[in-house]
Write a protein that binds this ligand. Sequence first.
Ligand code: ZN
Length: 98
Amino acid sequence: MNDTAIKRALAAKLLRSANLSWDDCEYGAPQIDPKRPYGNSNVPDDIREKLGMEDLTDDDCRAIHLQAFIVLRQKLHGMECSCWVCKDRADALPRGVE
Ligand SMILES: [Zn+2]
């Protein structure tokens, strides 16, 4: 699966199943559970189930999951945002994201 637009569309659908909670660490902040981002700890199986795409490889699932960060950032900051998260910090991206 090489098409970034398709991966982002699938990530947007996947995020509807995100396991949201409040993390009380430090000041506290909303988060998606990093161990069970879509409900269970077998993340690739969750992704295949939530998307109804049983033929996705583990690499496909990882690639879609990484795009969830970009989709969230675009929804929260907008496409034209030039804040430090969007423009200046390559290290703000998850490893492996395009
Ligand atoms: Zn921004």
